[in-house]
Write a protein that binds this ligand. Structure first.
Ligand SMILES: Nc1nc2c(ncn2[C@@H]2O[C@H](COP(=O)(O)OP(=O)(O)OP(=O)(O)O)[C@@H](O)[C@H]2O)c(=O)[nH]1
Ligand SMILES: [Mg+2]
Ligand SMILES: [Zn+2]
Length: 312
């Protein structure tokens, strides 16, 4: 038996592609006992031990161990299903990508992506791509300013116009970043443009958005062909994003600009929705917290309260 350490790059239908420490890629399956209920579900980005069974004539490789994760980007299973879906493991930062136009950016949805990152304790930054469609970087100032005020780093990029790519490249170098966001915003196009040599599939917006088809199918972990190394996770665009694992009274901590007000409300268990003496609402009135962000909070809080308990 030979065993090797590796990292999971992608997987479909029970077969996973693992990059091993000897720089080879192997298609592997999970050892039987690891498929049992209660066993940790494998995700791209997981560090694993793989083993080749020399008694097996075909010399098949199997994953014998999944190593503890330093982080996991999880959301609710799609289609109203219960339980969690781990998008990627061992992610250091989430890059939430939206387009300046085509498709139009939706702030409610952007806030959901940010809350998922915050709820998983993974730092997030925001990219508005396709600024060529709105007259350049300043074309997204109106929508970006709420997020900059909230403390997020916002990048304005154009793959077509080669805008902001070097700066974004530098924040991805040497670390593991997951790109998430709706379909057709240019996530795969950005990865291709940032790292020459990569050729991820990209699609026409008309196809991916109108027909509900996604160009990227399943998350893939991509080793960055760069001196500093690191990984980028390209994910398929999401049409709807389900929150998972978040208690309603933890939601306020997922809005960084609320944090200085938390603990200042009249009632210790303030939901910030209707109670008197609410420091968060005072912050909105004083113009320190954006009204649109606050409205996202109220909407999400209502959704989390209405969700069955086993989703929380
Ligand atoms: N005008 C303009 N179009 C862009 C830009 N970046 C990407 N596109 C186009 O947008 C379309 C969608 O790009 P993709 O990279 O496939 O989008 P994606 O976010 O990976 O989509 P999914 O894989 O479906 O989630 C393609 O037709 C790209 O050529 C840009 O900066 N400006
Ligand atoms: Mg894609
Ligand atoms: Zn309050």
């Amino acid at each position: 038996m030979t065993d090797l350490q590796g990292v999971v790059l992608s997987g479909t239908g029970g077969i996973w592609t693992v990059l091993t420490s000897d720089a080879a890629q192997h298609d592997v399956s999970l050892r039987g006992r690891m498929k049992k209920d209660g066993a940790m579900k494998l995700a791209v980005g997981d560090n694993v031990t793989v083993e080749q069974d020399e008694r097996d004539a075909a010399g098949a490789w199997a994953i014998t161990e999944i190593h503890p994760r330093r982080s996991a980007l999880a959301r609710r299973s799609p289609g109203g299903g219960r339980g969690e879906r781990i998008v990627a493991a061992n992610v250091d930062q989430v890059i939430v990508v939206f387009a300046a136009a085509k498709p139009e950016p939706h702030v409610r949805m952007l806030d959901r992506f940010l809350v998922i990152a915050e709820g998983n304790d993974i730092p997030a930054r925001i990219v508005f791509n396709k600024v060529d469609l709105v007259g350049g970087p300043s074309g997204v100032d109106a929508i970006a300013s709420d997020y900059e005020r909230a403390g997020y780093q916002v990048h304005r990029t154009s793959v077509k116009g080669n805008v902001g790519l070097r700066e974004l490249h530098d924040v991805l170098a040497g670390t593991t970043s997951a790109l998430s966001g709706p379909s057709g915003v240019g996530k795969s196009s950005l990865v291709n443009a940032l790292f020459p040599g990569l050729t991820l599939r990209t699609g026409e917006i008309s196809e991916s958005v109108n027909k509900g088809r996604h160009t990227t199918v399943g998350a893939v972990l991509i080793p960055v062909p760069d001196a500093l190394g690191g990984f980028v996770v390209d994910t398929p665009g999401l049409r709807e994003v389900g929150m998972w694992g978040l208690l309603p009274d933890k939601l306020d901590q997922c809005f960084p600009e609320f944090r200085t007000s938390l603990g200042q409300c009249k009632f210790a268990d303030c939901s910030h929705a209707h109670e008197p003496g609410c420091a968060v609402r005072d912050g909105v009135e004083a113009g320190n917290i954006s009204r649109a962000r606050y409205e996202s909070y109220v909407k999400l809080r209502g959704e989390l309260e209405a969700a069955p308990e086993d989703w929380q």
